[in-house]
Design a protein around this ligand. Structure first.
Ligand SMILES: Cc1cc2nc3c(=O)[nH]c(=O)nc-3n(C[C@H](O)[C@H](O)[C@H](O)COP(=O)(O)OP(=O)(O)OC[C@H]3O[C@@H](n4cnc5c(N)ncnc54)[C@H](O)[C@@H]3O)c2cc1C
Length: 461
């Protein structure tokens, strides 16, 4: 490949903080707030102009249930966030159904009120390191390139960009296929007559005699269609494919949710893509946006022609950020495995409990458990704190969907509820590292959990 040599240059240090949080998704927001709450000066660096990451800018809602009895929140910050979202009418009483736009606003309010310094429109493009210590990150923005210095860094970029720029090891994708999980470009439609759509779903259930993956209780619509071909709306998709109004891939994964307090709006968990799925390849990301918009127009036409309730529907938002389920897995002091997840393994340094099942998308959707879990009366697995400590670095944590785990374990732990806990734990740990002058791997994870609990997080005994 043709290449140019770029002259070396001096880059100015523009900002300095105790803790630099890289990426403002679910993990990043929780990390930044937790560290600031512990008295740290915190800078949060984000490439887009708002927070929430996948949950905000990729429009991914609702929060999945942990599948643990009582759905314990291993996060004290979630409660603060929910209170703000309630004031803004953007969340239901369960705390699961939420409006991604309101999440962006509430996350920003929470960060600003806690004293977090936000730096939007900054892309992290480099790392300055000396031996195993990160000195600063390099960002590119309209203001040019500069260095942000810190004492501790938390990589919440979802793709592990900072860890990889620093030279950390990683794996990526499904070991069986070499490919990452499918990616999606989510959107919302407004102007929808939801009651009519809901009644239509009900009538499809009675017409086909199939109720799988569809429900409407007057408030919440849920309908899904997958490659397994036995869902209430499969018939409709088949008809549209035969008529040339949809393509086969439109049928593989289609899912729709109502948003709280938006009475004419539905959020779609599709279109999904299966070939160009590498979230760390900008060509793949571009393709998701261009193919995605074409698919969204095709799907809107399908709803108008084959379903009811969409006569006045219009596209109210297309996610500016592509929905990436999985990319890099950063090598950490402990790599949580799929087997440990399925065996419901417990760790002394747990900072999150989860029981969400295996969830591998694709034309052969794998959802469920592969092996029978050990019945110890505690049906959940733990995420150990050590999975957040990037191997080979003294002052670098990784939190969120790219933490130290294998492909199978990540398919379960990536849900928003758990990535929030991992961010929160990394934020608290970063404060311990600064206050006590200790290395990341010297921190006792059980202490981190105790601090989370003292502030209001709930863990099952
Ligand atoms: C299509 C889809 C559907 C899903 N469905 C659900 C669901 O229904 N419920 C559920 O609970 N979970 C669901 N998930 C999983 C969950 O939403 C994500 O795993 C989780 O939100 C990831 O959070 P995160 O903070 O780890 O990463 P992200 O939310 O991806 O945040 C990373 C942040 O870092 C920023 N960033 C990245 N690189 C850089 C850089 N170099 N410089 C500056 N900024 C950078 C990004 O802009 C982003 O804001 C779904 C995921 C997808 C993709």
């Amino acid at each position: 490949m043709k290449a140019y040599t770029v002259p070396s240059k001096e880059i100015t240090v523009r900002f300095t903080a105790d803790v630099v949080v890289c990426g403002g998704g679910s993990a990043g927001v929780h990390a930044a707030v937790a560290a600031a709450d512990e008295g740290m000066s915190v800078i949060l660096v984000e490439q887009f102009g708002s927070l929430g990451g996948t949950a905000g800018n990729a429009l991914v809602t609702p929060l999945m249930h942990s599948h643990i009895d009582g759905n314990p929140s291993c996060s004290y910050i979630t409660d603060k966030l929910n209170k703000k979202m309630t004031v803004l009418d953007g969340i239901d009483a369960s705390g699961n159904q939420f409006d991604p736009v309101v999440l962006r606003i509430a996350s920003e309010q929470l960060c600003l009120e806690t004293g977090v310094k936000l730096l939007y429109y900054h892309f992290i493009s480099g790392v300055i390191k000396e031996n195993g210590e990160i000195k600063g990150i390099i960002t590119v923005s309209k203001s040019g390139e500069y260095v942000i210095e810190g004492k501790v860094f938390i990589d919440c970029t979802g793709d592990g960009d900072v860890s990889v720029l620093a030279g950390a090891e990683y794996t990526k994708g499904n070991p069986d296929t070499g490919k990452c999980q499918p990616i999606s470009l989510r959107y919302t439609l407004s102007g929808v007559d939801i009651a009519t759509f809901g009644e239509f779903i009900r009538s499809e259930i009675s017409r086909t005699g199939v109720s799988k993956g569809a429900s409407y209780d007057g408030k919440v619509v849920y309908a899904a269609c997958t490659a397994t071909d036995d869902w209430a709306v499969t018939d409709l998709f088949k008809k549209a494919i035969t008529n040339g109004d949809l393509v086969e891939d439109d049928k593989v994964y289609w899912q729709v949710f109502k948003l709280p307090n938006r009475n004419d709006t539905l959020a779609f968990n599709n279109p999904e893509f299966f070939e160009y799925v590498d979230g760390t390849d900008s060509v793949h990301l571009t393709k998701a946006q261009t193919d995605g918009k074409a698919a969204i127009l095709r799907q809107l036409n399908f709803y108008k022609k084959y379903m009811k309730g969409f006569d006045s529907a219009y596209i109210s938002e297309i996610a500016p950020m592509v929905g990436i389920r999985e990319s890099r897995h950063i090598v950490a002091e402990y790599m949580l495995t799929g087997e440990e997840m399925l065996e419901k393994k417990k760790f002394g340094d747990t900072i999150c409990q989860n029981n969400y099942p295996v969830d591998i998308h694709g034309k052969n959707l794998k959802f469920g458990q592969k092996i029978t879990p050990v019945d110890d009366g505690k049906p959940w697995y733990d995420i150990p704190f050590r999975s957040l400590v990037v191997k080979g670095f003294d002052n670098l944590f990784v939190a969120g969907r790219c933490l130290g785990s294998d492909f199978l374990a990540q398919s379960s732990l990536r849900i928003q509820r758990s990535v929030r806990s991992t961010g929160e734990a990394a934020g608290i740990a970063s404060a311990i590292a600064v206050k006590q002058g200790v290395k990341a791997k010297e921190i006792d994870g059980s202490m981190v959990r105790q601090l989370m609990i003292a502030k209001g997080a709930t863990f099952k005994e």
